[in-house]
Write a protein that binds this ligand. Structure first.
Ligand code: HEM
Length: 415
């Protein structure tokens, strides 16, 4: 069967403002389509998105199946010290590449398994639970400062809140938070659909500074261990093998980037979702049996991450369409989360859904390793924000990016 051709207008501001009617139209038409302009195969329906997230036939890189692992093994350099194969995308960007070389997101196979196992040992639920009093204090302090005036939920609250939590977990000094927020904003632009040369150069500069900074911090913790995650990353072992400096630095950069952008945008998208749906605080507290359900439903309703790409690792089929090994597919999380086959009345916010397993945390071996932290952080945050009974002061503007979905600002005041 020929795969239908459609185009996802990721540059169109109206689509960025509200992509859901287009998702609905395309999802009803076809589970899969070829987009010539974006040069990608898109997957629209929940069932197939979840299959791709969890199936071993799909991976974030295909280098490990293209004889790469065996080439490396025969060179006598342990696989764990090599990272994934450099792709053309990174050819001109040495530091960006270096900072991504051991990013869990890009690894597959044995490499991913070994590294993720060690990182998970340093990121145990109890180290996250210990942060609850810190989260509550920080959130309250930031909101108290803004008690009567208009404020920007993103810049004045969500960003400093989220960055301070990941900083506290890792052990990054407060005075450096602004610096790594700036690096992180520049680096994540490399994950979007279209990357301008200017953005790529900024990301390269930011990656260099971030890399050097993380190395310095790691050296300090090796000399003077503390009760923080950087120290734990420097100490964890499995069969007497620990993480190298390079692996730890890539992990620090990944945790700092992944650890706040999606959380900040969930706060923005989620709060605006509540306001757009005219959900008052008392209604939410009455309707939902707990804050966990509120957070999961807000993430489903307007996902902060809209798509991920995978390579097909072995010839396969999606809904009777043949897909060849090496093909790149893009799974549309926002579309999957509004699939009526799975979520009844998907356009509605409903805090009492019986089926809650949306696609926004990923699945399979790349399932979000920070989900336990993000969930707690967001529960504390929405509990506090709802109690403030906020109203919008101005219609918020989207950032313009498709992949990382968020607002430029969200100006509110208490009712
Ligand atoms: C609402 C907040 C968040 C959302 C929606 C989210 C979503 C995701 C998704 C969808 C993936 C899988 C990516 C893929 O399939 O390629 C992922 C992976 C990951 N996330 Fe999160 N994330 C969030 C917060 C966090 C936080 C707070 C941290 C850490 C502090 C974190 C760290 C990571 C890491 C390290 C990975 C890579 C895991 C791997 O590849 O093995 N995330 N996240």
């Amino acid at each position: 069967m020929n795969i239908p051709e459609l185009h996802l207008p990721t540059e169109d501001p109206d689509f960025i403002k509200n992509p859901y009617p287009t998702f609905r139209e395309y999802r009803e038409k076809t589970p899969i389509f070829w987009d010539e302009v974006n040069n990608l195969l898109f997957i629209t329906r929940y069932k197939d998105v979840r299959h791709i997230q969890t199936s071993k036939s799909f991976g974030t890189t295909h280098s490990h199946i293209d004889n790469f692992e065996s080439e490396v093994q025969s060179s006598n350099v342990p696989l764990t010290y090599v990272g994934y194969k450099r792709s053309e995308k990174y050819e001109s960007y040495d530091y960006f590449w270096k900072s991504e070389q051991f990013s869990l997101l890009n690894l597959e196979g044995e490499l991913h398994k070994e590294l993720r196992g060690l990182v998970a040992k340093a990121f145990l639920p109890r180290s996250v639970q210990k942060l609850i009093p810190f989260m509550q204090k920080k959130s309250q302090e930031l909101l108290n400062e803004k008690s009567s005036t208009e404020f920007d939920v993103l810049k004045d609250y969500a960003q400093p809140y989220s960055i301070s939590i990941i900083g506290e977990l890792l052990g990054v000094p407060d005075e450096d938070h602004a610096k790594f927020l700036d690096w992180s904003h520049k680096i994540v632009k490399m994950y979007d659909f279209k990357i301008s040369n200017e953005n790529a150069e900024d990301a390269e500069d930011a990656a260099k500074e971030f890399f050097d900074y993380a190395q310095d911090l790691l050296d300090k913790r090796r000399n003077d261990p503390k009760d923080d995650m950087i120290t734990r990353l420097s100490q964890v072992t499995e069969n007497d093998i620990g993480l190298t400096d390079h692996q730890i630095i890539c992990t620090i950069i990944l945790l700092l980037n992944a650890g706040h952008e999606a959380t900040v945008n969930t706060i923005g998208n989620g709060l605006n979702g509540l306001l757009l749906n005219n959900k008052t605080s008392s209604e939410v507290f009455e309707e939902a049996s707990n804050m966990t359900d509120v957070v999961e439903e807000l993430i489903r309703w307007d996902s902060p991450l809209q798509f991920f790409q995978r390579y097909v690792l072995q010839d396969t089929e999606i809904e009777n369409y043949n897909i060849q090994k090496g093909t790149k597919v893009a799974i549309l999380l926002g579309s999957a989360n509004r699939d009526p086959e799975v979520f009844e009345e998907p356009e509605k916010l409903n805090f009492n859904r019986s089926y809650k397993d949306h696609s926004s945390w990923g699945g399979g071996i790349h399932f979000c390793i920070g989900a336990h932290l993000a969930r707690l952080e967001l529960e504390v945050s929405f509990e506090h924000l709802l109690k403030k009974d906020l109203v919008l002061n101005m219609e918020p503007e989207r950032t313009g990016a498709f992949g990382i979905r968020g607002y430029k600002n969200l100006l509110v005041k208490s009712r």
